[in-house]
Every structure is written in structure tokens, then in C-alpha cells.
Write a protein that binds this ligand. Structure first.
Ligand SMILES: Nc1ncnc2c1ncn2[C@@H]1O[C@H](COP(=O)(O)OP(=O)(O)OP(=O)(O)O)[C@@H](O)[C@H]1O
Ligand SMILES: [Mg+2]
Length: 394
């Protein structure tokens, strides 16, 4: 039976047909092998850290397998949760409960039933034993979602559990990471650290080549390369774009991916993302409090203040995730006709500072860029992609 595009390209789930294995820190061994090795090291806890959507969960699923993986989210742990109760419940073990036994009592002629309730608590040892006997691996995903208090409690429990050879992987984001784990003195010497890095072009390209081949759709190396540039460092974005391409091709009953359709496919892909408010907040900057801002005419006929120009500059070609100040400044200058007045460097810097201040205080999704140490870092590839292709006349 022919495969369907939606089963081949899976932006939100395990990509069975387009799974790509990557080299671990240029060691010549794969991430899969590295994780396997870590899991085999008895008495050690595996700490997996990497930016959002870089394939942390998928890697665990690949290596551990769906029959053996027990996935728990950090979000499952608020301060009042009993760690072992959740760990037990995930594999269907009753942990705490009431047991009712019934006994028939004969007294004279009347039969009575005497039921007796007993509270019991399954020992944590039994839970660990169950995991070991059934080859289960506990994956605590998105550890950073658990409250600080709970993180510390979990670390204590885990320390004891790994000594009894329970296999555990703790997954979390960099920065607001799992300090409770990595900085925990009790755990030092008992950790296998694995850092998941951003994706390189050649690996991203592989996702497209692999998938289209299975769907009998032709794509040249150059087109695949172009896709890899556009999806920045995100395998998820690659899966999204390829799926959009398939939908567009099916609509026209075509089987070749050519350059001409890419722009349409990119725009079509952005409907999945909603960064409208984020772009809005960035382009507006802080409240001007009645003060008039300098406006600059741009080559494509817009009138923008410096905040608008900064946002515009990020969207330019080539798409990059790390822009030093000179690049940002040059891009801004190139947006403005030669005859117009130009913003000076210091003023651009102070606008970047202000932008950083407002974004820092907002919700997670607004932290799509960061201005730090003289560089603008795009933290969220999907955001940059949206900026390039998702706006009405962008
Ligand atoms: N090895 C891979 N090969 C191909 N595609 C992949 C691979 N790893 C990840 N992807 C794609 O990226 C998507 C996101 O991966 P995943 O959910 O594992 O990221 P994550 O790092 O766990 O993200 P989060 O921090 O948000 O939990 C997957 O659904 C899949 O489409
Ligand atoms: Mg994940």
C-alpha cells in the first residue's frame, strides 16, 4: 500500500519513516548509541538537555521503544504529589489504596458479612522492582515544568532510586534547566550528561530526501538544500514544510518539488503558527508615552520607527539565528534609501536594549529573540520563519 504524506512527515509526533540519526558532538557515534550507552550504565541518571523541538522526546522514544518507555511530564508534579504514586500509576500499579476483604460470619442462624477495609501502601521497592523486571525506563520529560520544590524532592528520590538501578532519563530545556539534577552535589558522579544540539543542514536535508523518496516524489539536492536553509535548525519545521509541499502537490496531481513552489509552500506552512502578537509587540516597542518617534521611509514604501526596522532586519536573507550587531545594523541601513537620514549605531543599540527589557517580562512565547553580549539570538526558529513568510505583505 502506498504511504500517505501525513504518515511520512510528522511535525508533531514520532516520525517513523523520516527519522534521521545524527552524530553526537562529532564523536563519530550517534545520539542513539550515546543514549543507549548511558542507559546501560548502572547506577547513573541520564540528564538530557536541549532547546525546544530539537528531538529530545523523539530520541528517547527511538532508543527506549514504545513498549519500554514510561513517559511522565514534569507538569504532572505539583507540590502535593507523591512521586512514587505517579511513577507506580503510570505502569498501572496500585500504590496507595484501600483493600476490602469480606468474611462470612456465622452467628447462630443469621449469616452476616463482615467487610474489613485496610489501607495499604505499596513500597517504593516494589515499584522499582516492577520497572526492572519489565525493562521499563522512566523518562521525566519537561522536568522544568515541575515546581522548584518538587524538583528538589524528585532529585532526592531519584538519587536513591538509581542506586537501586532504576533507569531514569530526565529531559529539560537549557538555561532554566534542571539545576536540581545537574548542580546537585549528591548526584555528582552519578550523572550521564547528554546535550542535544541544534540541527545541521545536512541532517535536516536528509529528512526531506528520505520522506519524498518514500512517497515517490522527486526532489533535487539543490531544492532540499534550500529547504534546509529555510527551516533554520528545526527538524520540526522541516517536517511541517515537507507536509505542506505534499498537500500542494497532491492538489495539482504533481510529483516533483521544484523551486517555484517553495515560496507558496512556506507561506502555506505559516498558517500553523501564530506569532502575530509577538511581532506586534516587538514592532511597537515600549509605550512611547506621547513622545514622537523618528520614522524612516523604507525602500519598499513603508514608514517604520527603529523597532519596526529591527524586526524587519531579522527577516532578511539569509535567515540566521545569531546576528552580530554589525549585521543587524547593516541590514537596517540597507532597508532605507541612500538619500534618507540614517539612524546612528548607539540609537539602534539602545532600542535593542529596550526591546530586550520588554520581552524579558512577557510570557514564554515572546522570548523568541534575545539581545545579549552584542548579538541578537533568535531563540525560536518557528518565529523567524513566521517573520519571513507569515506576514501579509512580508
Ligand atoms: N531524529 C529525528 N528525525 C526526524 N525528525 C525529527 C527527529 N527528531 C525530531 N524530529 C521532528 O521534530 C519534532 C519535535 O521533536 P521532539 O518533540 O522530540 O522535540 P523536543 O526536543 O522534545 O521538544 P520540546 O522541548 O518542546 O519537548 C518531532 O515531532 C519530529 O517531527
Ligand atoms: Mg519533548
Amino acid at each position: 500500500m502506498r504511504l500517505k504524506a501525513e504518515n511520512v512527515f510528522k511535525p508533531g509526533a514520532y516520525p517513523e519513516y523520516t527519522y534521521v540519526s545524527r552524530n553526537y558532538e562529532n564523536t563519530g557515534i550517534s545520539y542513539e548509541l550515546r543514549l543507549k550507552q548511558a542507559l546501560r550504565t548502572a547506577g547513573c541518571l541520564t540528564s538530557l538537555i536541549g532547546p525546544s523541538k530539537m528531538g529530545k522526546t523523539i530520541l528517547c522514544e527511538k532508543v527506549i521503544g514504545f513498549d519500554n518507555i514510561v513517559e511522565i511530564s514534569g507538569a504532572d508534579f505539583n507540590s502535593n504529589t507523591d512521586f512514587w504514586a505517579i511513577v507506580a500509576a503510570k505502569v498501572g500499579l496500585p500504590y496507595k489504596g484501600e483493600l476490602t476483604t469480606e468474611r462470612e460470619v456465622n452467628e447462630g442462624n443469621s449469616k452476616e458479612t463482615d467487610s474489613k477495609s485496610e489501607k495499604y501502601v505499596l513500597a517504593k521497592d516494589t515499584v522499582i522492582q516492577y520497572y526492572k523486571e519489565h525493562d521499563k525506563v522512566l523518562v521525566i520529560d519537561d522536568f522544568h515544568y515541575a515546581s522548584k520544590e518538587m524538583q528538589t524532592k524528585m532529585a532526592q528520590q531519584l538519587k536513591d532510586a538509581i542506586r537501586r538501578e532504576l533507569k531514569v532519563v530526565v529531559v529539560s530545556l537549557p538555561h532554566r534547566a534542571d539545576d536540581a539534577i545537574r548542580q546537585n552535589a549528591d548526584l555528582s558522579g552519578r550523572l550521564s550528561l547528554i546535550n542535544i544540539e541544534a540541527w545541521e543542514k545536512k541532517d535536516l536535508k536528509e529528512i526531506a530526501l528520505k520522506g519524498f523518496k518514500q512517497l515517490d516524489i522527486k526532489i533535487t539536492d539543490e531544492v532540499a538544500e534550500q529547504l534546509a536553509v529555510e527551516c533554520l535548525t528545526s527538524p520540526q519545521l522541516m517536517q511541517y514544510i515537507c507536509l505542506s509541499i505534499c498537500t500542494l502537490l497532491e492538489d495539482k496531481n504533481e510529483h516533483i518539488v521544484n523551486f517555484d513552489m517553495l515560496e507558496m509552500a512556506y507561506k502555506f506552512t505559516t498558517v500553523n503558527f501564530n506569532y502575530y502578537d509577538v511581532v506586534n509587540v516587538m514592532s511597537k516597542g515600549p509605550n512611547p508615552r506621547g513622545k514622537k518617534r523618528n520614522l524612516y521611509k523604507t525602500l519598499d514604501g513603508k514608514e517604520l520607527d527603529l523597532y519596526g526596522l529591527i524586526v524587519e532586519s531579522l527577516a532578511k536573507n539569509p535567515p540566521i539565528m545569531e546576528l552580530d550587531f554589525d549585521t543587524v545594523y547593516d541590514r537596517i541601513i540597507n532597508l532605507i534609501p541612500k538619500t534618507e537620514g540614517k539612524p546612528d549605531r548607539n540609537s539602534v543599540k539602545s532600542h535593542l536594549n529596550n526591546l530586550q527589557t520588554i520581552l524579558k517580562e512577557k510570557e514564554e512565547i515572546y522570548k523568541a529573540i534575545e539581545w545579549k553580549d552584542g548579538k541578537v539570538y533568535v531563540l525560536d526558529p518557528l518565529f523567524l520563519f513566521y517573520l519571513r513568510w507569515g506576514r501579509m505583505n512580508g
